[in-house]
Design a protein around this ligand. Structure first.
Ligand code: FAD
Length: 536
């Protein structure tokens, strides 16, 4: 393919969703991907042993399943091989005494679980149900719109509609609360508070960070209502289906194609240069999914970056790193509490103070002594991922860890590189799981671990191993993502647009920013608009 209408940089879910949207509008699209495979952080591979398929990074596809993009393209994606399986037991938290809190899609079962645990927590859980219903009426229209935009007006309309059951002040208080204060308001036991706070750590909302509370609320109730969806056969089938939709419309998705420069003619972005020297021109525009600092510091020349954009890139912050372990197992995980055997995500923290300490340690460069381990059990709901039904895979996500190791709260590693520490740290995580599931280690047939440094090596958007491509603290969220001067997906460089986890609504396989940025590109570069500009 020579010159094209639009070049998209990055084949993660946002890049592919943008390219699909543009291809559906009849534009010729070229997606350029640095890695030798598609998908960004949505990849599956037989990473341990033949026949054991692992989702190397993202596993839960709930945000995708709930997206307008999926709603619009569902049939064609299914025709291209995309199918979901849904866990009826989406998540749980386990505790050192062998007990657990397990949430199921059957609301009656979940309430029974709460009543057996604590009647006060059961009452708090029920109060949360009303809050969730009211909050989502206000929040969902905002989540799926550019910010700022008219969606703010629908949020106000939502506030008006729900005022009888949840007064606006209560919703505002929720949005401002930390996950610790949220837990303290609705729950009484340390276990229930931990179940809530663990969800904040999937982003970078440690228990004492202001405004983290809305994420646990969305996950606690949202996952109970919908269950946990994963892609049948492995997450990689999702980008593969999108790539086929692009190709059938005359577009191309090229892997092993690293963009090293975005070229401008002084007025607008004109094309890109690849690491092999090839130059490709784009007639209508370029849409990148790189975080703002990568765009400004690596892809644009200094002269083409206005000072406000340079300043926004300088102040854009990344969160702590993530560590991943994938295991091929002989059999199921031998949990102390056997009820956990069919749960999609099991959180091992154990308590809120452990989460708070972990975050502080990670940002200070210290290997945490009790990091949160999210134990994913995908093969329990999707046996097609293993060679035989008695065998299993485990997806272990460790939150949060330092990008660079300066000290060690769990031992005596210090000033050691992640390449040296990777296997030692992985063994510690396996030891931790062993405390909740004695005999776990004996089940392991093979394992592979990715440190924060490995994550960034494969995908430069994961700066410092930050799995969410930039802190989600409120100063960098809503209309401030990536910055107030750069919201709504356009950049000051004509013809250059930005989407991806580093733009609103942030990380996750939500496929929101890609299509919204594509819409903006279509509007801003429409031929009639250019004619209008020329005639002025
Ligand atoms: C370990 C991990 C676990 C996660 N778990 C979940 C989960 O369970 N559920 C969920 O919803 N989300 C999860 N996420 C988050 C989610 O996967 C990401 O937020 C999402 O993939 C972001 O999509 P994106 O398209 O913006 O970028 P990415 O998916 O990060 O893709 C960006 C792509 O751009 C490419 N690229 C970058 N620079 C260049 C360049 N110069 N030239 C060419 N190509 C380039 C990269 O190689 C990469 O392939 C997880 C992320 C990680 C890392």
């Amino acid at each position: 393919m020579s010159d094209v209408d639009v070049i998209v940089i990055g084949s993660g879910p946002q890049g592919l969703a943008a390219a699909t949207s543009l291809a559906c509008e009849g534009l010729t699209v070229l997606v350029l991907e640095k890695a030798d495979h598609l998908g960004g952080a949505v990849v599956s591979a037989e990473a341990t042993l033949p026949g054991f398929v692992h989702d190397l990074y993202a596993m839960s596809m709930n945000l995708f399943v709930g997206s307008a993009f999926y709603e619009k393209h569902r049939v064609e994606l299914q025709e291209n091989g995309l199918e979901f399986v849904v866990s009826a037991h989406p998540y749980a938290s386990a505790f050192p005494d062998g007990t657990s809190l397990k949430v199921s899609t059957d609301e009656g079962d979940t309430l029974k679980m709460w009543r057996a645990h604590s009647s006060a927590d059961a009452e708090g859980w029920q109060r949360l149900g009303q809050l969730y219903d009211d909050f989502t009426q206000v929040y969902f229209p905002v989540y799926s719109s550019p910010l700022p935009s008219k969606s703010i007006a629908s949020a106000f309309r939502g506030l008006w509609k729900v005022r009888a059951t949840t007064p606006p002040a209560q919703l505002l208080q929720l949005v401002l609360s930390s996950t610790r204060s949220f837990g303290d308001r609705y729950f009484t036991t340390p276990e229930a508070k931990s179940l809530a706070a663990a969800w904040g750590m999937h982003l970078d909302f440690a228990p004492d960070i202001a405004s983290g509370a809305l994420f646990p609320l969305l996950e606690l109730y949202g996952n109970m209502r919908s269950g946990m969806s994963i892609v049948k056969g492995g997450a990689g089938k999702l980008p593969a289906a999108m790539a086929r939709m692009i190709e059938v419309r005359g577009g191309e998705v090229r892997v092993g194609a690293e963009v090293v420069q975005i070229q401008t003619d002084g007025r607008k972005a004109t094309g890109v240069q690849l690491s092999n020297g090839e130059v490709i021109r784009a007639q209508r525009g370029i849409l990148t999914t790189t975080p703002l600092p990568n765009l400004v510091n690596s892809l644009l020349s200094k002269q083409s970056v206005p000072s406000k954009m340079a300043e926004a890139a300088r102040t854009y912050g990344f969160g702590p790193g993530t560590f991943m372990i994938h295991l091929a197992l002989k059999g199921p995980i031998p949990w102390l509490d056997q009820e956990l055997s069919d749960v999609c995500y099991v959180h091992l923290a154990p308590y809120v103070d452990d989460l708070a300490r972990t975050y502080q340690q990670a940002v200070a460069g210290i290997l945490p002594d009790e990091p949160l381990v999210v134990v994913g059990q995908p093969s329990v709901i999707d046996p097609s991922r293993v060679p035989n039904p008695n065998q299993h895979t485990a997806w272990l996500e460790v939150r949060a860890v330092p990008s660079e190791i300066l000290g060690d709260a769990g031992g005596d590693l210090s000033e050691i590189s992640w390449d040296e520490a990777r296997d030692i740290f992985a063994e510690r995580i396996i030891d931790k799981i062993e405390r909740y599931a004695p005999g776990f280690r004996e089940q392991i047939l093979a394992q592979v671990a990715f440190s924060p440094v490995d994550l960034e090596r494969v995908n430069p958007n994961l700066v410092g191993g930050d799995s969410v491509s930039g802190s989600h603290h409120q100063q960098q969220l809503f209309g401030f993502r990536p910055s107030w001067s750069l919201n709504r997906y356009a950049t000051p460089v004509n013809g250059l647009f930005i989407a991806g986890a580093g733009t609103w609504p942030g990380a996750g396989v939500n496929c929101v920013s890609g299509p919204l940025a594509a819409e903006r590109l279509l509007r801003d570069t429409h031929p009639s608009k250019r004619a209008f500009r020329r005639s002025r």
